[in-house]
Design a protein around this ligand. Structure first.
Ligand code: MN3
Length: 238
């Protein structure tokens, strides 16, 4: 058997019939490993809220580096390379200890950025805001959409250093807001798949907003794709 055939056989054996899907649905094969997905819009699509230069560096340098370093960490481990990234994060405790920190940081970075790109849209095209059951859950959990945004802003600005703020299904209430350091996310440790999330690493906003993280978070709501976020809400109910 040639090497490529062997790897493909190994991938199918370990990952059932399906090739692994990244968060945004791109396939990765055991041969090439994970791949940087294309953005669902142009680098300048989120202007003026997120500038094209920030988007270009963020995607082609930062996200690319997470993908490359994830592949490097998993090199030679066909069973892990064949797994969807979401599944790897859920099973992080089973990743060999020697590579677990690298998989956590870079696998988290890969999933988080795929997710982040997917929930944004050109200003004015992302829908009016939450609706239906999603809106009811927000009202029940926070009182109003504005109150939810306020709490999200507090979590995003309160996260010391680099990290993320998330809207997720809650335990005590239908929805809750949490934040995580570095490239961690709620999936690690068996939590729910996020509904909404924001990257508050300085690389996400520093060129335009400098040190003013709160200004960035407030403006960012103008590029949220509420259609996709509503779908995330529906999916997370299952
Ligand atoms: Mn980032």
């Amino acid at each position: 058997m040639i090497r490529r055939e062997f790897l493909r056989a190994a991938a199918i054996g370990a990952g059932a019939a399906a090739l692994p899907l990244s968060a945004s649905g791109r396939t990765a094969s055991a041969v090439e490993g994970f791949v940087l997905s294309k953005l669902p819009y142009g680098y300048d699509a989120l202007e003026p809220i997120i500038d094209a230069e920030t988007m270009t560096i963020h995607h082609t340098k930062h996200h690319q580096a997470y993908v490359d370093n994830l592949n490097k960490a998993l090199a030679g481990k066909a069973d892990w390379l064949a797994m969807p990234i979401e599944q790897i994060l859920k099973k992080l405790a089973e990743v060999p200890e020697a590579i677990r920190p690298a998989v956590r940081n870079n696998g988290g970075g890969h999933w988080n950025h795929d997710f982040f790109w997917s929930i944004m849209a050109k200003p004015g095209t992302g829908g009016a805001g939450p609706g239906g059951e999603f809106l009811k859950s927000i009202d029940e959990s926070f009182g109003s959409v504005d109150a939810m945004k306020k709490q999200f802003l507090a979590a995003a600005t309160g996260r010391f250093g680099s990290g993320w703020a998330w809207l997720i299904r809650g335990k005590m209430k239908p929805l809750e807001i949490v934040s995580s350091p570095n490239q961690d996310n709620p999936l690690m440790g068996g939590g729910p798949r996020p509904i909404l999330g924001i990257d508050v690493w300085e690389h996400a906003y520093y060129l335009k907003y400098r040190n003013l993280r709160a200004k960035y978070v407030e403006a960012w709501f103008g590029v949220v794709n509420w259609q996709v976020v509503g779908e995330n809400y529906a999916k997370s109910a299952a």
